[in-house]
Design a protein around this ligand. Structure first.
Ligand SMILES: Nc1ncnc2c1ncn2[C@@H]1O[C@H](COP(=O)(O)OP(=O)(O)OP(=O)(O)O)[C@@H](O)[C@H]1O
Length: 261
């Protein structure tokens, strides 16, 4: 495990349960996400991964249990409150944003906190204009970072599926995120752009200290990015370990492929 990881987990899920009607989807589940890690979450269809994500992200209420961020109870906070604390998840570019350019999509992300003012206000005609310019500069840096500079003036709706995913990741960079939840970001992305996506996640993790919790069906992506990997099955943690440990665990293989006699 990475030596820079600190002891207190950045996210702790403690004994969380959730049922839909009679279906117990999350069953007294506890996980920890180490600060500075790229933690993977895998599991068969219907295991409860997205449900757990939604509970962490504040978009779905739990039936019982707690979610902590840096030791503080965030169980009942709204996505907006969590955003301001640096916990965010990627969303598909919404329909209304598809008519804006890639650059404008980045500029639309509200600032999480006041940016540093490099120039004193009297240098600019108005504070608003100065702030707009700062946001624009930041958006230009981000769009270069994610290698979409060549399509910055293209409408977001015209970007390829993979480029949209990169743009989603870019939107998290417009704020100073601490923890980013990625829900199946590799789905529908071609291999070339997937390499870009992986590189960007690695750079955000290593250079900017982002922690990631990643739900992914793409095992190549999990293998390249994630340590540790948490395996969820029927709303419970089946195991946690390195990708090698996970791949070599007969219980995990059975959960995915059924019992092989
Ligand atoms: N809003 C809901 N109402 C009723 N049942 C739901 C709801 N959301 C999820 N479920 C059910 O809860 C179970 C877990 O779903 P969830 O989406 O969390 O699984 P998952 O592990 O993310 O699956 P997948 O890998 O297929 O996306 C499924 O049986 C699903 O049908």
């Amino acid at each position: 495990m990475n030596s820079k990881l600190e002891e207190q987990p950045i996210i702790e899920v403690q004994n969380v349960s959730k049922a839909f009607g009679g279906l117990q989807v999350i069953n007294n589940c506890s996980i920890q996400v180490a600060k500075g890690s790229v933690t993977g979450m895998i599991g068969p269809n219907g295991a409860g991964k997205s449900t757990l994500f939604n509970i962490i992200a504040g978009t779905l209420p739990e039936d019982s249990g707690q979610v902590l961020m840096e030791g503080r109870d965030i169980t009942h906070e709204t996505p907006d409150q969590l955003f301001h604390q640096g916990l965010l998840r990627t969303f598909q570019i919404a329909h209304e944003f598809s008519h804006m350019t890639a650059l404008e999509n980045l500029m639309m992300v509200p600032p999480r906190q006041e940016g540093e003012n490099l120039f004193s206000t009297w240098l600019k005609p108005s504070l608003v204009r100065q702030q707009e310019e700062e946001v624009r500069q930041r958006a230009l840096e981000v769009i270069d970072f994610i290698n979409l500079g060549h399509v910055k003036n293209e409408l977001a709706g015209n970007l390829s599926g993979g480029q949209k995913k990169l743009l989603e990741l870019g939107r998290t960079m417009m704020t100073d995120a601490k923890v980013v939840l990625l829900d199946e970001i590799a789905a529908g992305v071609n291999r070339t752009l997937l390499v870009d996506l992986v590189k960007n996640i690695e750079r955000l993790n290593q250079e900017m200290g982002y922690t990631f919790l990643v739900i992914e069906h793409d095992m190549d992506m999990i293998a390249r990015l994630c340590d540790p990997v948490i395996v969820l099955a029927q709303g419970e943690v089946m195991m946690e370990g390195s990708i090698e440990e996970v791949r070599n665990n007969p219980e995990v293989v059975e959960a995915y492929f059924g019992k092989v006699d």
